[in-house]
Design a binder for this molecule. Structure first.
Ligand SMILES: Cc1cc2nc3c(=O)[nH]c(=O)nc-3n(C[C@H](O)[C@H](O)[C@H](O)COP(=O)(O)OP(=O)(O)OC[C@H]3O[C@@H](n4cnc5c(N)ncnc54)[C@H](O)[C@@H]3O)c2cc1C
Length: 313
């Protein structure tokens, strides 16, 4: 186990903000993880499992606990044959999606542009362009805080729109110590592209189209954490575009609105960007201002998709 003290979290989040984690652990195998849990227990500290920090806002005061990041053995992709893969939680989602695509397997290739890890994707049930990671996942292997390795079936993962049993239990518990366990790996059964009459070139063309849409619609040149708010339920909208929070934020005239160094993206209203010198407090205050203005104008309560860690002022 590799341990750092007072590690600046701005180095580990795509927003490029966030104060220090009291302890920061790099766990390369299950024994390292168990050691980190023991450290948490003995010091009565909460812990937080970090993926690639691309959906995360860490407070300026940091996190008075242990941030654990996975590496080494947790970054492996094991090809089990015939479209079955077991993938370590620290594996970049894009690497897995492209590896499977190059072998002629579909189902997740459109997710290659999501900048997180496999573990973060399972936690959030990440999705894009009609695909979701939970759909082709057959089971998830976790380590619980008592040090037991367990397998959770797809049904028990309770995948839904940007949620899973991992995120649901996390919020219910109101704690940062991932109550459904630390995701170690996930197993997938992907459909062969040929079953739909497609070739690898077809999948590559579909991905290229998705990447072009991302480039045109998202502020990829500025630090951000993807969508700030979750889509609304379909029942709440009269027109398809009204499901998207960006529709309401744009109608409220908030594109380009700033608090400190945080800005509602001028390109995509549901993205908040760090326009240079934002603090985590700027970003949080701006997101709350957006929520308030949208509620005032439309009577709608936008819910955060980004995850907050640490104590905010
Ligand atoms: C430019 C940009 C575009 C994006 N586009 C999309 C998109 O199209 N679709 C989409 O769904 N998301 C998108 N996102 C958001 C984000 O990339 C995804 O939600 C991603 O799945 C988060 O993964 P991560 O590894 O960065 O997780 P983190 O942000 O590090 O963590 C997110 C949550 O997952 C938990 N977690 C991470 N790893 C584990 C583990 N091993 N065990 C247990 N819990 C774990 C963390 O504790 C935390 O609660 C985008 C983000 C950016 C910056």
């Amino acid at each position: 186990m590799i341990l750092f003290e007072n590690e600046p979290m701005c180095k580990h989040t795509s927003f490029k903000v966030g104060g220090p984690a009291r302890y920061f652990v790099k766990a390369e195998n299950a024994d390292d993880l168990k050691e980190a849990f023991t450290l948490a227990r003995e010091n009565k500290l909460p812990y937080f499992i970090l993926g690639n920090g691309t959906n995360l806002l860490v407070a300026d005061k940091g996190f008075d606990g242990i941030v654990i990041t996975l590496a080494g053995k947790f970054s492996e992709i094991n090809d089990l044959g015939n479209g079955a893969f077991n993938v370590g939680a620290a594996t970049p989602l894009g690497r897995f999606a492209r590896t499977a695509m190059k072998q002629g397997f579909a189902g997740i290739h459109k997710l290659a542009g999501i900048p997180g890890t496999l573990g973060g994707a399972i936690y959030m049930n990440a999705g894009a362009y009609g695909q979701e990671i939970g759909t082709c996942c057959t089971k998830v292997t976790v380590l619980d805080s008592d040090g037991n390795i367990r397998e959770i079936s797809n049904a028990d993962c309770a995948f839904g729109y940007r949620q899973s049993i991992f995120s649901l239990r996390h919020y219910e518990a109101g704690s940062r110590s991932n109550p459904s366990g630390t995701i170690l790996s996930a197993t997938f059964q992907l459909p062969a592209a040929s079953a739909e009459g497609k070739t690898v070139a077809d999948l590559e063309a579909e991905l290229a189209e998705c990447m072009a849409k991302r480039k045109a619609s998202q502020p990829l040149n500025m630090p951000n954490a993807g969508s700030t708010f979750k889509r609304l339920d379909k029942g709440a909208a009269d027109m398809p575009q009204q499901i998207a929070p960006g529709y309401y934020i744009e109608q409220t005239g908030l594109k380009g609105y700033r608090i400190g160094g945080a800005e509602v993206s001028t390109l995509h209203a549901n993205f908040i960007v760090n326009a240079g010198s934002a603090t985590a407090t700027d970003i949080k205050q701006l997101s709350e201002f957006v929520q308030q203005k949208v509620t005032e104008k439309f009577g709608i309560q936008l819910k955060h998709e980004i995850i907050l860690l640490g104590k905010f002022e």
